[in-house]
Design a protein around this ligand. Structure first.
Ligand code: NAD
Length: 311
């Protein structure tokens, strides 16, 4: 029986639950939230949705004891980013709730995979990696996986190639200093110059502008609806599918580095191979000097604003 515990049953947590249910990725989903009235209401609504699904799935409100035998925890506790607020501005509020949650997870003896979503996600992932007695393969953040999805959408719109056949990654901090790994952008083996040569009428891809659009996207959605929820829910289910089906997928995730790219003691997004054990391998890919320096700048930015947490 595959149990998924979702901590924080607000917009993101409930949307993740809905996506997990629709894809049949769990036998049981357990919601935990300090707002028990909200958690109960989300369960009732999702349970109504379950009536229309082919596969059977149980959903209920639970306690941290449910983490003991859970295969996954999705951490989405906190509160939505406010219009104009940066993810970095969320650090203090997030840290206030993080340690009690970490302690309860630890007490439960959880040994599964913890997917951190709560922002600022790089700091949350690194802090939980440090305090929980689990390997980096099992405690990581969604990082720039969402930025990567946004990047592929933009490139797809520009080139007409479907997003599923675009190899492109946003890396670094999930926030202001994320950057594009532009030197290795590809379309199933076809390079960008080759594609552009075939499509003479296309204006050139301006990576700097695309990067700005990728970074702005979350803020634009929040300005319109006060939260983001759908995009992140498919990031979470992509990670879960990669684990459940041992896909060995390559994803940009926020993982604790120990010497890769000459960076240590920080979680930041780099390409990782994801399979049955979680993050099976942190890839050390070729980057240009400029890309490497952007990765270091991203790490410095995280260290700078989170020095009280990361030391
Ligand atoms: P929300 O306010 O709708 O939901 C958060 C829920 O967490 C609330 O129901 C709240 O009661 C609950 N909560 C607060 N403290 C808790 C605690 N100690 N234990 C259990 N539950 C607790 O917010 P949301 O829109 O769902 O966003 C949640 C988080 O996800 C935010 O940090 C947001 O920035 C983040 N997020 C991250 C990404 C990403 O790409 N990493 C994308 C979208 C949202």
């Amino acid at each position: 029986m595959r149990r998924v515990v979702i901590i924080g049953a607000g917009n993101v947590g409930s949307q993740c639950a809905a996506s997990i249910m629709m894809l049949g990725l769990a036998d049981e989903i357990v919601l935990l939230d300090v707002n028990s009235k909200l958690a109960r209401a989300q369960v009732m609504d999702l349970d109504d949705m379950a009536s229309g699904l082919k596969q059977r799935v149980a959903i209920r409100v639970g306690t941290y004891e449910d983490c003991t035998n859970a295969e996954f925890i999705v951490l989405s506790a906190g509160k939505s980013r406010m219009p104009g607020q940066s993810r970095r501005d969320m650090l203090q509020d997030t840290m206030r709730i993080l340690d009690p949650i970490a302690e309860s997870i630890k007490q439960s003896g959880f040994g599964g995979i913890l997917i951190c979503v709560t922002n600022p996600v790089d700091v949350v992932a690194e802090h939980l990696y440090r305090v929980l007695d689990l390997s980096r393969a099992k405690v990581f953040g969604t990082g720039t996986a969402l930025d990567t999805a946004r990047l592929r959408r933009i490139i797809s719109k520009h080139t007409g190639v479907s997003r599923q056949h675009i190899q492109a990654f946003a890396l670094g901090e999930h926030g202001e200093s994320s950057f594009l790994w532009g030197s290795h952008l590809g379309f199933e083996g076809v390079t960008l110059p080759e594609l552009m040569y075939q499509r003479e009428a296309l204006p050139p891809l301006k990576m700097g502008e695309i990067n700005k659009l990728v970074r702005q996207r979350g803020g634009d959605i929040i300005a319109g609806k006060g939260r983001t929820e759908f995009g992140i829910s498919t990031v979470v289910t992509d990670i879960m599918s990669a684990v459940i089906h041992n896909e060995h997928s390559i994803m940009a995730l926020s993982v604790h580095l120990r010497g890769e790219y000459d960076e240590s003691d920080i979680s930041v997004s780099v390409p990782c191979i994801v399979g049955a054990c979680g993050i099976e391998e942190v890839l050390q890919v070729n980057m240009t000097e400029q890309e490497i320096s952007m990765l270091h700048m991203s790490c410095e930015a995280i260290r700078g604003y989170a020095k009280n947490v990361l030391g």
